[in-house]
Structures are given as structure tokens and as C-alpha cells.
Design a protein around this ligand. Sequence first.
Ligand code: SAM
Length: 241
Amino acid sequence: MKLYKELAEWWPLMSPHTEYEEEAYLFLKIIEHYHPAIKTALEFGSGGGSNAFYLKKHFSMTLTDLSLDMLKVSRELNPDCLHMQGDMRKIDVGTEFDLVFIHDAISYFTDKADLLAVMNNAKKHLKPEGLLFIMPDQYKETFEPRTSHGGIDKNGRGMRYLEWSYDSDPEDGVTETEYAYVMRDRDGRITHEHDSDKAGLFSMPEWEGLLAEAGFQAHFERVAFSKEPGTYFGIAATQLN
Ligand SMILES: C[S@@+](CC[C@H](N)C(=O)[O-])C[C@H]1O[C@@H](n2cnc3c(N)ncnc32)[C@H](O)[C@@H]1O
């Protein structure tokens, strides 16, 4: 996606971290329910570091992402966190944590083998009592086509976007999303860009089966966002042994 590369500097205007405060709080409540004594956490696919901005107030966070441009954005927001570049399927941070957290970045995997590789890698980075918390955007059981928009003005620049998600083939386990971006720079210049993307659409039993294969017991927890009309579930994955 251009958004995570050449357009990454616009991320704070498209998706400002202040919009993540409620969700970070809701995730924290689930995390603390399954592991009340988290001291260290590792995030895979931490992007602009918006959830981390709130979660780091409760435990120390190491932030990892595939995109160097997104890590740069996150370093500005979270200069107190350690950042590392790497693919969540194989990054080796070299330490064990109380928590591995994966937010919406998990949705980019459309192949079960990739999801399993991520889960195995999360397990490798967890202490024996450690918790894996995954927050997929969607499940086969809950997916609904949706259109959303947003963006803000800040420091003389502005961005607006339109995001349109749909499922062109209900049999293939993949959904499609189109993004249209409009950006206004400080000198008033307007540019338009777009991205097209695919996301994996797996059922809850498929998630449960893959997590069991990686040595986890999945616990699905409903997350009720006040401004999102859809139905969302996070997965608190405890270790089988
Ligand atoms: C929507 S952003 C994440 C935003 C984040 N949840 C936050 O709180 O700011 C998705 C991120 O996933 C990252 N990503 C995609 N595939 C990845 C992979 N295989 N390994 C690590 N990061 C990945 C992208 O580079 C992007 O920064």
C-alpha cells in the first residue's frame, strides 16, 4: 500500500492517534482479564503506533513493523519505545514478553500458512505464561460491506479519505478494499491518490484451529466500539502449555 510507504507521512492526518484512545482502553481491559501482570509487550505491525501511544502507559512496549516509513511516524509519536523493522512472520526480537499484541495488521494475510507462521512467531516471543492478543478486523461470521471516511487538518495540511470494503467472491476467503485519498499541502496544492488492498476472511473456527496448532487456546471477546456499528471480536490466546 502506498499509504505505508510514500504516503506514510500523511498517516497522522488520515488516522490520528487520538481516535484510538477508546479502542486501546477496550483492548487493555481484555488483556488484563487474561493476564493481570503484564510488564513487557511486543507489537507486530504497530504501524503509526497509535494503540501503543495509550498502551505504553500500562507496560513497556517494543514496536515492530514491515515499513520503515511507518516506523518513522511511530518513532515521532513514541520516542520512548524501542522500534524494530521486520515481517511479523519471521522477525526475531531476541527477547520473551508477557504480551504479544497484533491489531489490524493481521488482516493483510490472506493465506492460512502465513497466519500460522505469525502465531508460531508470537509463541516464540512469549514467556511461558504470556498472552497473545489479536484484533482481526473481520471474520466470515461478521463481515459486512462498508464505506467509511475521515481525515483531519493539522499544521496547515489536510487529508481526507474514503474507504470502501466489499467481498467480490464469497467463496475465496478474501475481501477487497479501495481507498481514495485527497491531500492538501501547506502551499495549497491538492493531490489525489488511491490504494487497492485485499484482506483475509477466516471463520472463528479457522482462527481457533490455527491457534491450537500453534499451541494456543483461543478466547473470543466481543469489543463494542461506541462509533463503529459493526460487530467486532478480539482473540485472547492463552498458551496450552
Ligand atoms: C493499519 S497499520 C497499523 C496501525 C496500528 N494498529 C496503530 O495502532 O497505529 C498496518 C501496518 O501493518 C504493517 N504490516 C503489514 N504487513 C506486515 C507484516 N507482514 N509484518 C509486519 N507489519 C506488517 C504495515 O506496514 C502497516 O504499518
